[in-house]
Design a protein around this ligand. Structure first.
Ligand code: BES
Ligand code: MN
Ligand code: ZN
Length: 506
């Protein structure tokens, strides 16, 4: 069950718990003092008695209130030095308060925001960031968990003066959270349930009602349009490949509309619904995580949901390249020389380097068909990316400094960490073939594997087209690759790209 958020000047109904803040000390705010009066000084007493609570961020003190008080329980949350408070720490603090709130068994909570004048951000920003942090942390994937005790916490009222402004900020973040949750949902779906065809239907079901124009390109049409490299990857699977194009015209449409009134921005996502490696099969340990090899596409779909849900003014085209990479007598082989939409031929050295083979056709297609302002692709592309940056950063290869600057600023604002990686002639050259134009592994062996993969994709980018390639392999799983059981999809990319679009393209 999801939590309902509301913003008001006073609590809507009787709450089981009040959340209040102290800013870097044990001093109650004006409202806190009032509350304390009704509670016979219990809050101040608990604060004074606590040796560990100092009002720093991350600190929480739970106070049980005497009979007759307005709330049976008060949670004092440390917000830190008001002059140093920033949106991201407030968001984290909201997220970390959720488990404490849940543990109290409260059904309804009221969060009272009355910050000192010295607060470094707007009080409205504080309120919406704290609520957004709670919302983002509240995600769970329960689709297949039949035995579930329902969660109690159902309602959160955020109380402050400027309710309308706070609500407006929160509505944006709420839409983004909807997008993040959809991205996580499709990543967490098992690969027997989510495969190209069922995934395409899910995308239609989620996005069409919001006014996104969704076009599914099936195999027959893919052949005509020459998605030839992509089709090779899916050949080994019973499940047919497909491409899904999503268009958002700065507002909703009810009928298919293939052309834009303004140059769109473009996003492309790798959507391998399961990556066995194909004939170059992967080792079995941890292979179940490869159901999330559609994480790039999940981010793109989630982004479209966020943009549509918050009625973005931007013009956006998004493409996801869906296929399942399986070994079979029908599968493509190492040694095969295959064609692509670009006309370039590719020798397959390893069928496990399939992401770049599905992506190149969609990159060609989106540039030719839509002449976008820029193209950004997202893909769980290489294990080498994780070797380089671990699970902390998404390695980002960008051919345009202006686009990188915008991405970096969006990254800093949202906390989705990007690290710029190199594009280089040497990496492009490494991907040239002996008997074909290109090969899909390159001649640098294991070394620089994320960079050569980017170098391969760069062969499909038109001269002068601003382009970014985000290798999100390390940001796929919540836990990373420790252990063989996956901890769930991150939904990485939705927030940073929503910020990029919001700040510069609408
Ligand atoms: N989907 C994998 C990369 C991956 C591995 C993502 C683990 C997330 C977690 C990709 O298709 C792949 O197998 N890449 C190969 C490329 C190599 C054969 C050139 C890799 O990284 O080993
Ligand atoms: Mn692979
Ligand atoms: Zn893959």
């Amino acid at each position: 069950m999801s939590i309902k958020f509301s913003f008001g000047k006073a609590p809507k109904a009787k709450s089981d718990i009040a959340v209040i803040f102290t800013f870097g000390n044990k001093t109650l705010t004006a409202f806190g003092k009032e509350l304390d009066k009704g509670g016979k000084g219990q809050i101040q007493a608990a604060l004074s008695a606590s040796a560990s609570f100092e009002g720093k961020t991350g600190q929480v003190l739970s106070v049980s209130m005497p009979k007759g008080a307005d709330f049976p329980r008060v949670l004092v949350v440390g917000a830190g030095d008001p002059k140093k408070v920033d949106i991201l720490t407030v968001e984290t603090s909201g997220a970390n308060t959720l488990p404490v709130l849940k543990a109290t068994g409260a059904k309804c909570a009221s969060i009272f925001v009355d910050a000192p004048k010295t607060l470094a951000i707007e009080e409205t920003e504080f309120a919406s960031a704290f609520a957004a942090g709670i919302r983002l942390r509240s995600y769970s994937f329960t689709e297949y968990k039949k035995s579930q005790t329902p969660q109690a916490l159902a309602q959160i009222d955020v109380i402050l003066e400027k309710t309308a402004a706070a609500k407006k900020l929160f509505d944006h973040q709420d839409a983004v959270a909807d997008g993040v949750f959809l991205a996580r949902d499709v990543m967490n779906e098992p690969p027997n349930k989510l495969y190209p065809d069922s995934y395409a239907k899910r995308i239609q079901k989620e996005l069409k009602p919001l006014g996104v124009d969704v076009e599914v390109i099936g195999e027959a049409q893919m052949k005509k349009l020459k998605f030839l490299s992509h089709l090779e990857v899916g050949k080994g699977s019973e499940r047919k490949s497909c491409v899904v194009v999503m268009r958002w015209h700065g507002g909703p449409v009810t009928k298919a509309k293939k052309t834009f009134s303004k140059k769109p921005v473009a996003f492309v996502g790798k959507g391998i619904t399961f990556d066995t490696g194909g004939i170059s099969i992967k080792p079995s340990a941890g292979m179940e995580a490869m159901k999330m090899d559609m994480g790039g596409s999940a981010a793109v779909v989630g982004l479209m949901k966020a943009l549509a849900a918050r009625k973005s003014k931007a013009h956006v085209v998004a493409i996801v390249a869906l296929a399942e990479n399986m070994p079979s007598s029908k599968a493509y082989r190492p040694g095969d020389i295959i064609d692509s939409m670009s006309g370039k031929t590719i020798e397959v050295w390893n069928t496990d380097a399939e992401g770049r083979l599905v992506l190149n056709d969609s990159l060609t297609y989106v540039q030719k068909t839509y002449k976008p302002k820029f193209v950004i692709d997202l893909a769980t592309l290489t294990g080498a990316m994780m070797v380089a940056l671990g699970h902390e950063y998404c390695g980002t290869f960008v051919n345009n400094n202006d686009l990188w600057n915008k991405l970096e600023s969006a990254s800093q604002k949202t906390g989705e960490k990007l690290w710029r990686m190199p594009l280089d002639d040497a990496f492009r050259k490494a991907m040239e073939g002996k008997f074909s134009d290109l090969n899909n592994v390159g001649n640098m062996g294991r070394f620089g594997g994320a960079c050569t993969a980017a170098g391969f994709l760069e062969h499909f980018i038109e001269d002068g087209m601003p382009w970014a390639h985000m290798d999100i392999a390390g940001k796929m799983d919540q836990k990373g690759d420790k252990g063989t059981t996956t901890a769930g999809g991150v939904g990485f990319g939705v927030r940073v790209l929503d910020r990029l679009v919001a700040d510069h393209y609408e």
